[in-house]
Design a binder for this molecule. Structure first.
Ligand code: PGA
Length: 253
């Protein structure tokens, strides 16, 4: 059984409530007849209620970009998974490279956040990916499988199967330097082999692996046609309805 393509847009720190609502409105209109691809958008937290209201009953999922691992408490500036769920999220991005490298999130924190997501009824999109140095020194595979091992630690097999892994080579994010379809496919195959070696067979069969890093309308089809690429996590190109929809439609073909 083929895995359904899953395309998610990470809006990062762009689009306050009014602009986010305008983009959601445009997506709602453009996606009415796209039924064969799963779609999610991840607005900044403050725009989640507006986007959730706009996209209600459309089938387009709302994701948060981050969550705190605690249920609640004295954590100034943070948001708990339960609050995100209440605001209409069904997914949450965990361990994005900007969280790892700009905000210093380590593997243990990311694992705690993955568990917190499940506890709150959110499905995690777990980001993994090597830096340019790590790739050039021949360590890309070990870095990525290490991030998977720690990120997924302690989960039940059926939980792991419902995780989306986003392979995002750090050198490809926001740089315009996309991994070639062959480079991306090769890492996705490595990820699937690692899953097959560490979990019951259904996990590697079901779990979806998105590619992220400068996915654009012109390269989406060649990436999404690779056998182990099950979707895309799109940053810059998800901020414009037309380009995001064209990436989604590349996955529908
Ligand atoms: P990009 O971002 O598409 O702008 O490279 C991808 C991401 O950070 O998820």
């Amino acid at each position: 059984m083929a895995r359904r393509i899953f395309v998610a847009g990470n809006w990062k720190m762009h689009k306050g409530p009014a602009q986010a609502d305008a983009l959601a409105t445009a997506l709602k209109a453009a996606l009415v007849d796209v039924v064969t691809v799963d779609v999610a958008v991840a607005p900044p937290s403050i725009s989640i209620p507006a986007v959730s209201a706009r996209l209600k009953h459309t089938g387009v999922h709302v994701a948060a970009q981050n969550l705190h691992q605690a249920v609640g408490g004295a954590f100034t500036g943070e948001l708990a998974g339960e609050m995100l769920r209440e605001s209409g999220c069904s997914y949450v991005i965990v361990g994005h490279s900007e969280r790892r490298h700009v905000f210093g999130e380590d593997d243990a924190t990311i694992n705690a956040k993955v568990h917190a997501a499940f506890r709150a009824g959110l499905l995690p999109i777990l980001c993994v990916g090597e830096t340019l140095d790590q790739r050039q020194s021949g360590n890309a595979e070990s870095v990525v499988t290490g991030q998977l091992a720690s990120g997924l630690a302690g989960l039940a097999a059926d939980q792991v199967a419902s995780v989306t892994v986003a392979y995002e080579p750090v050198w490809a994010i926001g740089t315009g330097h996309t991994a070639t379809p062959a480079q991306a496919q090769s890492m996705h195959a490595t990820i699937r082999e690692w899953l097959a070696g560490n979990f019951p067979a259904f996990v590697a069969r079901q779990l979806r692996i998105q590619y992220g890093g400068s996915v654009k309308p012109h390269n989406a089809a060649s990436l999404l046609s690779q056998p182990d690429i099950d979707g895309a996590l799109v940053g810059g190109a998800s901020l414009d309805a037309e380009s995001f929809v064209s990436i989604i439609k590349a996955g529908a073909n």
